[in-house]
Design a protein around this ligand. Structure first.
Ligand code: AMP
Length: 607
């Protein structure tokens, strides 16, 4: 990036974060002016375009409430009569893996441009690799950022080895396509133009419909171009880990392909084979070197060894992805984990202006020019209160007004609303950049586990697991993945937490036989102690039975991912569900259980 471009990005960020109030007001005015006569808004605003009336009358809804309108549009009714006046060019299809069912979000030419701009902005702000190399005293500019002044000259810096997966579009009955946001981005001509120069994965591998063949080829080509690779990544941390584990399980075959210059026969996808014919040449020297690296006993720091020029891992490590950071850190040997942005199918929401902050400390800065936001304050107890959650999602709560972007308060948790429907995410405001809030991602609102009247949120589960897994660390064990399930098959019901555990050092020791039952029981109790008052009281009164950890064998969560992907989830956007909701998913984990532990005591009660 030329210095001028970089400076204009900084200037633009300064401007939008300073003028957040006006920008948001203009956005809402425009939305109301254009769409006041649609069936949806008319029902609440009666042709008026007044902002206060919007706040008073238009209810806070979840996707489920607007789904019937969207379904009618997808089935051929004109969107301009129902929801949005601007012509639709398609739908974004959310992954549906973290919160529930996939959502169809109508998109216009403008909304696509705005989302694409986030990607460009993120790249523009990416870290100066030289600074990362030096690390001692990152230069900071008036933004307080350690960012790149010449990242644009990537041909001199190197390539990105990113695991990217396009997902086939779904044609809706009205003829418009529903695509994953990421797939749409991969199809952009601007992305395709930079792909060969900046990425190690050829287009054909990203669009290969068979995810196993795609993964194999992307990793193979990444290894072949190892000397050029300066960034390793994917959209979400789970996919980066999956890639590393894939190499762990398949490195002999990958090396053999590199040695002979011939791709394995099971790679039948014509695009992948064509790409291989252009890249793969016999290279016994490289193959031997890679074999040496991969055959070492411990895979600690393997990423640095395989790709010695890597400066950072570019992937979302916040929220539900935090659970993967311990294992990523293990494999990546101290490389910074950079969570660049926060986005969802509803829009490009925020960017990380301090890319070097630790995943647990990342605060994203909201982009005030992408969508119209409202923030619904969440009292700590309401996050976990099922009764209130139901109300939050059905109407504007009488005593809880939404807050405009510029009026949120540091320290307070909010649910994000994007022009009325909730995204389903809870954030905690940490401060402001100019007049624009910065926040930490807390968790998803609607992901709740419960076996009686109590409900616990994703944030509760994340916190409980974080506290319990600390007990594994002194034993040299890493909790690699987890999920939860409310088991009501026997009375009283109880919480089941599935854990996949791996030893830090000895890579071969994979079956968890050595797990100390005492420590595992302590982990169960620790989780219970961390849960909220209602849960602990119910436990004391035996309304809920003891929490159970079911340890699953290695690869169980990969099987879960395969299941979701085979059912239509986009691999690029896959997030391990924090709570298991379907029988099929439960069976996949249950059939791989190798040990079960229960909490031996009732949790600590408040005085
Ligand atoms: P999807 O709509 O399938 O693309 O998924 C979007 C969801 O992914 C968001 O609503 C968040 O729950 C999650 N997500 C996206 N970006 C981040 C991030 N930076 N940190 C944590 N969670 C994220």
């Amino acid at each position: 990036m030329a210095t001028n471009d970089y400076e204009s990005v900084l200037k633009m960020l300064e401007e939008i974060t300073t003028n957040a109030r006006q920008i948001q007001e203009q956005l809402l005015d425009e939305i109301l002016r254009k769409n006041a006569e649609t069936e949806y808004l008319q029902g609440f605003l009666h042709d008026q375009t007044d902002k206060q009336l919007f706040k008073k009358n238009v209810p806070i809804v979840t996707y489920d409430h607007i789904k019937p309108y969207i379904d009618r549009i997808a089935n051929g009714k004109a969107s301009s009569d129902i929801l949005l006046v601007e012509p639709l060019i398609g739908f974004s299809l959310s992954s549906g893996t973290s919160g529930g069912q996939p959502k169809l979000i109508p998109i216009t030419a403008e909304s696509v441009n705005v989302t694409a701009a986030l990607g460009n902005l993120h790249l523009s702000l990416m870290i100066n690799s030289e600074e990362l190399l030096q690390q001692q005293s990152p230069k900071t500019n008036h933004f307080g950022l350690s960012i790149c002044r010449h990242f644009g000259d990537l041909s001199q810096v190197g390539k990105r080895m990113e695991l990217l997966f396009a997902k086939p579009d779904v044609e809706t009955p009205c003829g418009l396509k529903a695509s994953a946001v990421t797939t749409r981005a991969f199809k952009e001509s601007s992305f395709q133009a930079i792909l060969p120069k900046l990425y190690t994965s050829p287009y054909e591998t990203i669009f290969c419909p068979d995810t196993k063949q795609s993964t194999y080829c992307q990793l193979l080509f990444g290894l072949i171009q190892r000397d050029e690779v300066v960034v390793i990544g994917s959209i979400f941390a789970a996919t980066v880990l999956r890639g590393i584990k894939f190499i762990e399980n398949n490195w002999r075959e990958l090396c053999s392909n590199i040695k002979t210059g011939k791709i394995s026969d099971w790679i039948t996808d014509s695009g992948c084979r064509k790409a291989a014919s252009l890249i793969l040449k016999p290279n016994p020297k490289l193959a031997n070197l890679l074999e040496d690296i991969c055959s070492c006993k411990s895979w600690e720091g393997i990423v640095r060894k395989l790709w010695p020029r890597t400066k950072y891992i570019g992937t979302v490590c916040t929220g539900a992805m935090l659970q993967f950071t311990a294992e990523l850190e293990f494999y990546c040997g101290g490389l910074p984990l950079v969570s660049g942005f926060y986005a969802c199918s509803e829009g490009a929401i925020a960017i990380n202006l301090e890319p070097l902050s630790k995943p647990s400390d990342v605060s994203y800065t909201i982009l005030p020019n992408t969508v119209y936001y409202e923030f619904l304050p969440i009292k700590e107890d309401r996050v976990t209160d099922s009764q209130n959650q139901v109300q939050l999602h059905t109407s504007r709560h009488k005593d809880t007004e939404t807050v405009d972007l510029v009026n949120v308060k540091p320290g307070q948790c909010y649910e994000i609303l994007v022009t009325s429907p909730t995204v389903g995410d809870i954030i905690k405001v940490t401060g402001f950049h100019n007049n624009t809030p910065q926040f930490q991602f807390v968790g998803r609102q609607n992901v709740a586990l419960g076996v009686d009247m109590e409900r616990i949120s994703e944030a509760d589960i994340l916190k409980a697991v974080a506290e319990a897994k600390a007990l594994l660390e002194p034993l040299g064990l890493i909790l690699t993945e987890y999920t939860s399930y409310g088991d009501t098959s026997s009375a009283p019901g109880h919480y089941v937490i599935f854990w996949e555990i791996k030893p830090k050092k000895d890579n071969k020791n994979k079956n968890g036989k050595e797990l100390d039952p005492k420590v595992m029981e302590q982990c169960c109790s620790k989780m219970e102690d961390s849960l909220h008052f209602t849960y602990r009281m119910y436990r004391k009164e035996n309304i809920i039975a003891a929490l159970e950890i079911r340890v699953v064998k290695q690869g169980a969560f990969e099987a879960l991912l395969d299941y979701f992907v085979s059912n239509g989830a986009s691999l690029s956007q896959y997030k391990t569900p924090i709570c298991i909701k379907t029988k099929e998913a439960l069976n996949i984990l249950d059939s791989r259980v190798i040990a079960k532990f229960f909490s031996p005591r009732t949790p600590i009660q408040d005085n």
